[in-house]
Design a protein around this ligand. Sequence first.
Ligand code: NAD
Length: 514
Amino acid sequence: MSESAPVLTDSVASANRQRALGHLAPYVSEPLGHFIEGQPTSGAGGEPFDVLDPSTGETLGQVLGGMAQDVDAAAAAAKRAFPEWSRTSGEKRRKILHSIADAIEQRADEIAVVESLDTGQPLRFMSKAALRGAENFRFFADRAPDAQDGLALPTSDHLNYTMRQPIGPVGVITPWNTPFMLSTWKIAPALAAGCTVVHKPAEWSPYSARLLVEIAHRAGLPAGVFNSVNGLGEGAGRALTEHPDIKAIGFVGESSTGSAIMSQGAATLKRVHFELGGKNPVVVFDDADLDRALDAVVFMIYSLNGQRCTSSSRLLVQDSIHDEFVDRVAERVERLRVGDPLDPQTEVGPLIHPRHLDKVMGYMQVARGEGARIRSGGARHDCSPKGYFVQPTLFTGAHAQMRIAREEIFGPVLTVIPFATEEDAIAKANDVEYGLAGYVWTGDAGRAHRVAQAIEAGMVWVNSENVRHLPTPFGGMKSSGIGRDGGDYSFDFYMETKNIAIGLGQHKIPKLGA
Ligand code: NAD
């Protein structure tokens, strides 16, 4: 049993919870609707659904399940706003986006407590995530004036030059794991590029998305440029992906949902950008700095409750250090502080939803059935009888063909797999359908490059946990995604590249019928 803080009784946590509930009060007195053309609206008045507090199982509020009519209204608003916003100078877009960043910073504390209450993600991580949302806006604000820049590709007869133009109104569909930060990650570059947006936030964590759209408008974003429609994936989500006026879908979520969206968008030839699931390896060689590797291994699976696309959910550890290293991991896992996410001391909070709890708990049975050892955890955590807490869990004695080594569990659950040689490590690292991120720990510079280059993943960190530098490309290979975010890569998605060829007056034009 993991050591736990006195959950839901700690006075700091209670005070934070009261503050979060106070911030939520305006949004829970009646079912929360949508935000279209600069105004809150109940729209077509779809069926309301409950939003749950993951720490207690109680209902926080209700949200209207947006329908096709609501998506139509939001897409129409985005279409109306597009001509003017796309022609607004980059300099002006830059100013507005910086104002949004300022406003996010001013309300970062409110965003963090609301996000923590709504998702169960520990406050210690959510306070940074709120600020990261502001950084995302600032980063893309500064790139707005140059977003259209292209290349000069001259020949002796023609001057070819390229420029980028915003693709049109776009849809953004986001998941529940770090909803505020992820929404800014997609929406800020779209706005900087000159696109207008219809956002469909995750149904299990809708509140911080509402804060974002309101903040953006109060900071000066014109009505219709950024709209938000709440609802279920099969309802509002599907309607958005099928809408003819929506030119592209930026999606973050499960691989199977990405596949559904691809077919839903086929009839309207939707451009898609997918950031999907992962089963990311962290490979620890016996020549690594094992103290630092230990910190990174534990951080990258147990932070954010393991509900993180880039979590290192498979620990591949060299035979020669396996037993000792795993003992050290287990010792840390036993000491993780599980508890109220609103307690700043808490390291692991509850899972988002009872359905996700069932999924994660199902893997405890799978592990037993497959003959792995549950070295730590393996059961629900008892800190809140109705909350969705699980014990941080460590599976050992696993091999690469087990489901616990291949499937994304998306909880605080780590599967350890031993390896013998560098070749064996690479083969095991790549023996999954996913390819989002990889982590390599070694003291040998040549090996670091060889293994990093051989791992089938869009991003590899060597001797580091996931540390993002915003200009770098973010995205996955294989079933983990299509396309890259970050820096200029985001503009490639939200913009069309146009080539303009100017004849210089010298070249020979074929004369037909002359
Ligand atoms: P999900 O795919 O169930 O839902 C994501 C969003 O898609 C939600 O808003 C949902 O309503 C919507 N949706 C569902 N069905 C839809 C449909 N048919 N048409 C349109 N929209 C639909 O994912 P989730 O459970 O919310 O999030 C967890 C997943 O997200 C994990 O697999 C995780 O790895 C992944 N993720 C990936 C990244 C990344 O950058 N690669 C980042 C965070 C999370």
